[in-house]
Design a protein around this ligand. Structure first.
Ligand SMILES: Cc1cc2nc3c(=O)[nH]c(=O)nc-3n(C[C@H](O)[C@H](O)[C@H](O)COP(=O)(O)O)c2cc1C
Length: 322
């Protein structure tokens, strides 16, 4: 299978993997509004894929053709399970496999996974080799940070590039910072210079604090990365990846329609297997910028089902004559 990373436009824009955000439903919705050049699944634990509760883990890996190119992200510490997961992802016909080496969450780091791998090159090397083995010719990438509690770009990024991975995403913060402070984009200069020296074929993606399409293009020009990844920025604009500058204004009606479409699909896809409260994360993404939105939001927050949400929106549309 061809390395899709090399076929993307330059620069390309990626939607970041986000737990409880970039599930099947969100990716489907974003594919229909303004689609990024590449998307990732939420991170999936390699042990869970082969555990008793594997159905839940495997459901996280559902995607549609519309979502391609689609990369599955894995996390864990067991190279054997990474190998088996990579084989499965190859069978599931993903476009690529990404390994999480940047998650700072306590539950992940305390198990030696995610960002803890920055401090364990021996295991990181084994995991990358296992995934490459299982993935055969599927491209393998890593997503990481510039250090755990201190900047180690030179050492850590050099090490990753020596593994000859196909793509590397760097969230330019320390793991211990989580999301605090400003992303240190100047470290990207060092990352790109290391790539040119060590592994010119590796595609480099910069990540951290990007809030608009225009800003992503500025970062590309300034830092010479191949692509830019946007995470939380999508919450301020569901049409973030629209290649129109300045971003075309969307009508209130479009926001409401998208919200209801999202809420309905969420309810159909997840039913009672996922807490419907998680859907409420997305409310202010759609119901935000118009007169009266705070009141509508408050009512939506009290709803327990899609049908209740639909009623709130219907009543409001009638009263506001939208
Ligand atoms: C709610 C949430 C969930 C996240 N889940 C993941 C994940 O599953 N895998 C991952 O590699 N990063 C995850 N991240 C980190 C993002 O992919 C991204 O690196 C980070 O948000 C910085 O980019 P941003 O400033 O554009 O948001 C998550 C971030 C957020 C806010």
């Amino acid at each position: 299978m061809a390395n899709f990373w090399k076929k993307l436009p330059v620069p390309f824009l990626a939607l970041a993997p986000m737990q409880d955000v970039t599930d099947f439903v969100f990716r489907e919705i974003i594919s229909g509004t303004a689609k990024p050049d590449v998307m990732f699944t939420e991170f999936t634990n390699v042990d869970a894929i082969f555990s008793k509760g594997h159905n839940k883990a495997v459901q996280r890996l559902r995607y549609s053709e519309k979502q391609r190119p689609i990369v599955a992200q894995l996390w864990g510490i067991n190279p054997e399970n990474f190998y088996k997961s990579a084989k499965l992802l190859k069978e599931l016909k993903f476009d690529g496999i990404d390994i999480n080496m940047g998650c700072p969450d306590k539950a992940v780091v305390s198990r030696g996974a995610g960002a803890a791998l920055i401090k364990n090159q021996t295991l990181a090397k084994e995991i990358i080799a296992a995934v490459k083995d299982g993935a055969r010719n599927l491209p393998v990438s890593v997503k990481t940070r510039i250090g755990f509690d201190q900047i180690v770009t030179e050492d850590w990024i050099s090490f990753l590039l020596e593994q000859k991975i196909n793509a590397l995403t760097v969230h330019v913060r320390l793991a211990k910072e989580k999301f605090k402070g400003e992303a240190q984009w100047d470290e990207m200069l060092r990352v790109v210079s290391l790539k040119n020296k060590i592994s010119p074929d590796t595609v480099i993606i910069g990540n951290g604090d990007i809030k608009s399409y225009k800003e992503a293009l500025c970062k590309y020009k300034k830092y010479n990365v191949d692509g830019v990844m946007i995470g939380r920025g999508i919450f301020s604009n569901p049409w973030m990846f629209e290649n129109i500058s300045p971003t075309k204004a969307h009508e209130t009606r479009e926001y409401l329609d998208q919200f209801l479409k999202h809420a309905k699909m969420y309810s159909e896809e997840w039913g009672s297997t996922k807490n419907y409260e998680i859907m409420k994360k997305f409310v202010s993404m759609y119901i935000n910028r118009f007169k009266g939105s705070a009141a509508v939001r408050n009512k939506i927050m009290l709803c327990k089902t899609y049908l209740q949400m639909k009623e709130v929106i219907k009543d409001w549309v009638l009263s506001a004559e939208i």
